[in-house]
Each structure stands twice: as structure tokens, then as C-alpha cells.
Write a protein that binds this ligand. Structure first.
Ligand code: SAM
Length: 281
């Protein structure tokens, strides 16, 4: 009989967030596959879990994945954990989970913390429908393109971001999505947990003046349906110009395309395109 892969969520800061079932699972499996063995040993030592730990990360070799599969096929039970939160959510896991499903190996989840959901509920923004966007691309052009595709997204959006990239990301959001309600959740479940709620523009002013430290999640309001479809043809034009510039079009080309797609006059869009491309330099 084959073993089971247990996908185990671990705390995102506060070790008291472990569940009884998590500890039981980690204690009773044959093997723990961890994203960073040294990091996970802190958790395992804290709870006196003696189970053998092996490494499984994003760049794990084929041999390492094959080893875990062979162990599962031989009947061993394996717990998969990442550095924090839920494996497979902006963390390694997706691939081995998919392979196990394909090979008819049982996969069980031991649910628990996930930073994006914790930030979403604290944001005060609508939670009925949301889009988890994870990390935006690091390269400016790709990041702006990704944001441009979210211009008309009406669900609340959840982004992960490194603190040192926050300023650039928020600046691009203001430029492309326009000013919207947002919340920045920092150091969740830790001593310095903090949630700043306001608008993207206010947040930009803040991150421009003081450095943000720690881990953070940015939650941004979805597009206002009426505003995007009726009233904000103007903002659409501006966002379209930003998007075309980000895609490498010249100011003349960007304003020509944006004018065709929005109700804004081309000269106005051209002036904006020149201003935006100057800002970029
Ligand atoms: N698998 C994790 C989860 O379930 O949330 C996410 C891992 S991802 C590599 C790390 C990112 O999650 C961080 O850059 C940050 O955006 C977010 N994050 C993790 N822990 C956090 C915390 N305590 N407070 C705020 N954000 C956190």
C-alpha cells in the first residue's frame, strides 16, 4: 500500500498557531520534507518532534522528487512543510502534489495559516470574492503588464511583496490601477503586527518617507464596476497609456493606442505619456 503525502500548513510567525493535528502529523509521519531544513528545525525542536527531515524546495533536483515519490510508493507517509504558511501557496509544493495525484498517491491537507487570507480578513475590504495574486513579477515591464491586466478586476486583490520592493510596486499600482482603498498587513501574528488601512496614494506617500520592515501583504480593492464601465473612461485612458509604455511602446504609439481604446483625447494622452516616460527616466 502506498503512503500518504500530508500537506501541512505551519505558523507564519507565532508558533502558538500550530494545531494539535499538525503536531500529531509531524510526529507520526516517517519523513518531513521541508523547504529549508534549518529553518524548519526551529519549529520541530520547539515542539520536540524527532522525525527525520529532508529538503524539498523549488529548485530541488529531479532525484530529490523521485526519492520522495519512491518513499511514498514504498508505503512511507511524508509531511510536506514550507518555511511558513501553506505549502504550494507562493511556496514549493504544487508540483509534488500534482505528481502524487497523478500517481494515485493519497494527498491529505492539514490546513492552517496562510498570510494572504489573514491579511484579507484584517484589511476591512470586501472578502466575498478575492483574487490571490501572490508576488508580482520583479522586472518593471512585466510587473506593469501584470497590473494592467488587473485594471478591471472587481474582486479584492491580495499581493505578497518584499519590503524593499514595496515602494516601486505601490507606485506602479497608483499609476496603473489609480487611487484605491488598500491595506498593508505587516508582521502578521508576530510582536510587531500592524495593519495600515487607507488608499494606495496615502500608502505611497508613507512608504516613500519611511522604510517598511518585515514581511508584508498588500490588499487592494477591486475595480469599482460603475467607475470602470462608465465614469472612468478617463482613468482607463491613463492606465492604458501606462500599460502601453510599460510594454515598450513610444509615447506617441502609447497615446495613439490608448486614444483608440478610451474616450480621452489623444493630445491629453500624449502629454501624459511624455510625463510618465520622463518620470521613468
Ligand atoms: N506559503 C506562505 C503562505 O501560506 O502565506 C507564503 C510564503 S511566501 C514565500 C512569503 C510571503 O508571504 C512574504 O513575502 C509575505 O508577503 C507573506 N508573509 C509570510 N508571513 C507573513 C507575515 N507573518 N506577515 C505578513 N506577511 C507574511
Amino acid at each position: 500500500m502506498t503512503g500518504t503525502l500530508y500537506v501541512c500548513a505551519t505558523p507564519i510567525g507565532n508558533l502558538d498557531d500550530v494545531s494539535f493535528r499538525l503536531l500529531q502529523t509531524l510526529k507520526t509521519v516517517d519523513l518531513i520534507a521541508a523547504e529549508d531544513t534549518r529553518h524548519s528545525l526551529q519549529l520541530l525542536r520547539h515542539f520536540s518532534i524527532p522525525t527525520k527531515v529532508v529538503s524539498y524546495h523549488q529548485h530541488s533536483s529531479r532525484a530529490q522528487s523521485d526519492y520522495l515519490l519512491a518513499e511514498l510508493l514504498a508505503g512511507k507517509n511524508i509531511a510536506l512543510i514550507s518555511d511558513a504558511g501553506t505549502p504550494g501557496i507562493s511556496d514549493p509544493g504544487e508540483q509534488i502534489i500534482a505528481t502524487c495525484i497523478l500517481r494515485a498517491i493519497k494527498v491529505v491537507v492539514v490546513p492552517g495559516p496562510m498570510a494572504g487570507v489573514a491579511a484579507l480578513v484584517l484589511s476591512g475590504l470586501p472578502t466575498g470574492r478575492f483574487a490571490f495574486e501572490g508576488f508580482l513579477p520583479r522586472a518593471e515591464k512585466e510587473r506593469r503588464e501584470a497590473l494592467a491586466t488587473l485594471l478591471t478586476e472587481e474582486r479584492t486583490m491580495v499581493f505578497y511583496e518584499a519590503p524593499h520592493r514595496l515602494r516601486e510596486t505601490v507606485a506602479d499600482m497608483v499609476r496603473i490601477l489609480g487611487d484605491r482603498k488598500c491595506a498593508l498587513a505587516r508582521e502578521l501574528t508576530k510582536v510587531y503586527e500592524e495593519v495600515k488601512r487607507g488608499t494606495l496614494h496615502e500608502l505611497l506617500q508613507e512608504v516613500e518617507t519611511s522604510a517598511v520592515r518585515g514581511e508584508c501583504v498588500l490588499v487592494v480593492a477591486g475595480a469599482d464596476k460603475d467607475a470602470t464601465t462608465l465614469a472612468s473612461a478617463e482613468q482607463d485612458g491613463e492606465a492604458l497609456v501606462a500599460m502601453f509604455l510599460a510594454q515598450g511602446f513610444s509615447p506617441a504609439q502609447a497615446s495613439r493606442h490608448a486614444a483608440k481604446m478610451s474616450k480621452m483625447p489623444r493630445p491629453e494622452l500624449y502629454a501624459l505619456a511624455l510625463r510618465l516616460s520622463k518620470d521613468k527616466k
